[in-house]
Design a binder for this molecule. Sequence first.
Ligand code: C2E
Ligand code: MG
Ligand code: MG
Ligand code: MG
Length: 287
Amino acid sequence: QAKNSAERDAVPYHSGLETGALHKKRLGFALRSAIEEQQLSVVYQPIVRASDLAVVSLEALVRWDSKEFGRVSPADFIPVAEETGVIHDIGRFVFQRACEDLAAWPGLKISVNVSPVQLRDPNFANDLAAIARRNGVVPNRFKLELTEGLLVRNPTIAKRKLARLKSMGFGLSLDDFGTGFSSIGYLRQFPFDWLKIDKSFVSELGTNPTANALIQSMIALGDAMDIAVVAEGIETPEQLKLLRLLQCEFVQGYHLAKPMSASDVTALLARLGEGRRMFAGGADSGY
Ligand code: C2E
Ligand code: MG
Ligand code: MG
Ligand code: MG
């Protein structure tokens, strides 16, 4: 501890970078024992049908409460976990937890994020199937969320792996769509069920005409290819209103619901009742 702060103080130039690298190393070290020490948990964010605001699915998102660093954002620790290989254990942990939790939520799908590093593991598909089987859960309760980077780097292998997962019953969702390099023709080669429009487009809805046009064309693309479109990061009633006008099928974001614990999901669903509609009145409530 004392040595680390001394090292930090001794670096006069580029100290931000130096401590950044050191910080990453320390994060990576702490992350190795995070699962065993029960510092990881899983929260769930509802995905909602735009027309009636019914909850259709829940996205599992990992959380890390470190003794040393406090709450660390996945944006900071997932890249470290990928570099150190701990991502494989984290992935299995999240999937196991999701299998346990979804028993309380019949009729709902669960989306699970998968890093390209996990997919590279030759045992990935078999591991997931084994965990699902052990928990008495069928793979079609799940959608695996993947990002474009994976497809671009090695399309032939990615195509084979995705086809295999699909044949096992897993649904597939293309996350952060629009931020990578995927072309339309390219997308056709992959068996995605869902396409998630990245929140960077949604945040500019209504203020940047280009964002509106881009979202509109992504929705048209989804329609043409029979892929359901989900818009991420809806933070305002205006954004929701515009997405409904553009006939976006599903929405997700703080305006609808924030990520929450499994017990909070259960309480929310109980409160919403049969129709699972997020706001009383749903489509007619002025949104
Ligand atoms: P993602 O899969 O694109 O997840 C969406 C992120 O946006 C989540 O951040 C979510 O909490 C946040 N979000 C949701 N609604 C809103 C909104 O209205 N406004 C804003 N500004 N943000 C919103 P989170 O949980 O911090 O996760 C960040 C990223 O970390 C995820 O992006 C995903 O790529 C990765 N990640 C999270 N959990 C896992 C996991 O279990 N495994 C893997 N491999 N990656 C994960
Ligand atoms: Mg995701
Ligand atoms: Mg995303
Ligand atoms: Mg992301």
